[in-house]
Design a protein around this ligand. Structure first.
Ligand SMILES: [Zn+2]
Length: 191
C-alpha cells in the first residue's frame, strides 16, 4: 500500500513538479507557491498545458494560470454560444474580433474587454472576455463561445460551474477598436 503510493508519487507527481519548478525558475517574478496546491482545480490545468502543448501556448497563459493558483475559485453560471446560435448574433464580437473558441461574453459593468478567466467543467478553458450580451448580467455570469461545436451549446445549456479570474481589466475600458494581434499583458509582480 505504502509502496504503491510512493511509486505513484515518483511516477506522476515528481516529474510534473520538476517541470513546474523549471517554469518557476523561468518566471522568478511569479508568486510561486511554496507548497504546490494540488487540490486547486488549476493545478491539473497547468500540468496539462505543460505536458501537451506548452510550446504552443501564448506566453501569457501559463504565468497567468500559475498566478491564478493563489486565488480561490468562484461560483458562476454559464451558457454557451456560437455564430450559429439563433440568439448568438453574428460572426463578430462586441470588441470587433471574430467569434471563436477561447473567448466569452461577460457583463461589461464588471468585466472590461480583454479580461481573462479560466472556466471550469465542462468548458475547462482559459477564456478572454471579448463579447457582451443582453442576457449576460452580473459579475459571475459568462456566455462561453463554442464556435464550431454547436451541439455543445445545447449540451452545456445553462449551468453552474466554477471559475478563476486570471486578469481583470477595469470595466471602464473601451470596447471599440481591439488592437491588432492583441494578447493579455503578462502578469508581473507589483502590477
Ligand atoms: Zn451554438
Amino acid at each position: 500500500m505504502c509502496g504503491a503510493i510512493v511509486l505513484t508519487l515518483c511516477t506522476f507527481v515528481l516529474p510534473a513538479a520538476a517541470q513546474l519548478t523549471s517554469v518557476a525558475a523561468e518566471h522568478t517574478w511569479l508568486p510561486w507557491p511554496s507548497v504546490w496546491p494540488a487540490a486547486h482545480p488549476l493545478a491539473p490545468v497547468v500540468e496539462r498545458v505543460l505536458e501537451t502543448d506548452w510550446a504552443e501556448q501564448p506566453a501569457w497563459k501559463v504565468p497567468m494560470l500559475v498566478n491564478g493558483l493563489s486565488k480561490q475559485p468562484l461560483q458562476c453560471q454559464i451558457t454557451a454560444y456560437c455564430s450559429q446560435c439563433c440568439d448568438g448574433g453574428g460572426r463578430y464580437t462586441r470588441w470587433g474580433s471574430h467569434v471563436r473558441r477561447g473567448i466569452c461574453a461577460a457583463d461589461p459593468r464588471y468585466w472590461g474587454p480583454g479580461s481573462v478567466v479560466w472556466i471550469g467543467e465542462p468548458v475547462n478553458e482559459v477564456c478572454i472576455v471579448e463579447d457582451t450580451g443582453s442576457a449576460i448580467k452580473g459579475p459571475h455570469r459568462f456566455d462561453v463561445c463554442m464556435e464550431g461545436a454547436h451541439d455543445m451549446c445545447y449540451e452545456i445549456g445553462r449551468r453552474k460551474t466554477i471559475y478563476v479570474p486570471l486578469y481583470r481589466v477595469p470595466p471602464t475600458s473601451r470596447w471599440s477598436d481591439k488592437p491588432k494581434n492583441w494578447s493579455p499583458p503578462v502578469w508581473k509582480l507589483g502590477q
